[in-house]
Design a protein. Sequence first.
Lengths: 234, 120
Amino acid sequence: MDLHVHTCLSPCADLSMVPRTIVERARQTGLDAVGICDHNSAANVQAVHEAGEEAGIGVIAGMEVTTAEEIHLLALFESEKKLGQFADLVRDHLPGVNNPELFGDQIVVGKNGDPVSLEESLLIGATDFGVSRTVKEIHRLGGLAIASHVDRQTFSILSQLGFIPIELDLDGVELSHHAGPEEHYQLRSLPVVRSSDAHFPEEIGSTFTTFFVEEATVAEIRMALAAREGRKIL
Amino acid sequence: MRLSRIAQNLALEVRSAAGHLDTDVRGGYASDLMSDVMANAEEGYLWVTLQTHVNIVAVAAMKELAGIILINGREPEKETAEKAEEKNIPILVSGLPAFELIGRLYDLGIPGLRADAEDS
């Protein structure tokens, strides 16, 4: 699985990141499932999910949320309903309006890539929720909270906070395709996933995590992260 | 210069460790990335930041900083203020933005890491 893929909704992602392209590329690269994690919005998850059902690719409902400290966290949910509740909360705590000329277009699309609307919130911005509150809200809705690309110098929990707070109840950390061996980072023995953070189709599946699970669901991923009931990360 | 005098001069409000303002401030460092502060700030320095997360206390304690000034009217999170009290790390708050506050610290004679930089 590649748990961290953007769509054309993210202002920084390529406009070719539309549902069918994403799931087709996922299929070609041998993935079973992708996590759709746009910045601070979930408006394209359903469309990718529909395209994924047709292509036989699992789609994990997610978001890459930006905390007040400008830390990126992956929030993965069991259902689009739970993700939707989280997205509503994020919308109420995300100030600003996007300027497409400066930051890029934020296009909500249908299954076939047809534009439905333009998202007006400043998705590149940060919520006013601190990281502890954000993790709590994700957990309150039954989701998984994974710190994004912790090896990077920007928007990562290690760059912003210097180290991972011991009290913070993260479910895992993500390393990017740039990352070296995990022992190079102070990860507090948290479960490690690797994913592509794809903004372009060719990046999808370039980095991925092999999960030993029954199916591509958040419940199974949760067990694999905790190495419970025979599930694990390979 | 003593932290208490700086606080008085710049009308800073103390949010934690009020009994530890007697410390001598050797210099100042401004950054909002804690990884950067850990790499560059020096013992006895006053740290100017907008980060309010509890990790600022650990960073300040580790680097033995003189204290932390939160700018632009930001308040420490509850947990941050409690931890700072426990670790005797003074947190002070200013209504000024970072640029204005740091200018005033300079005026008071608080140097940065490279005190000679303005001459070069």
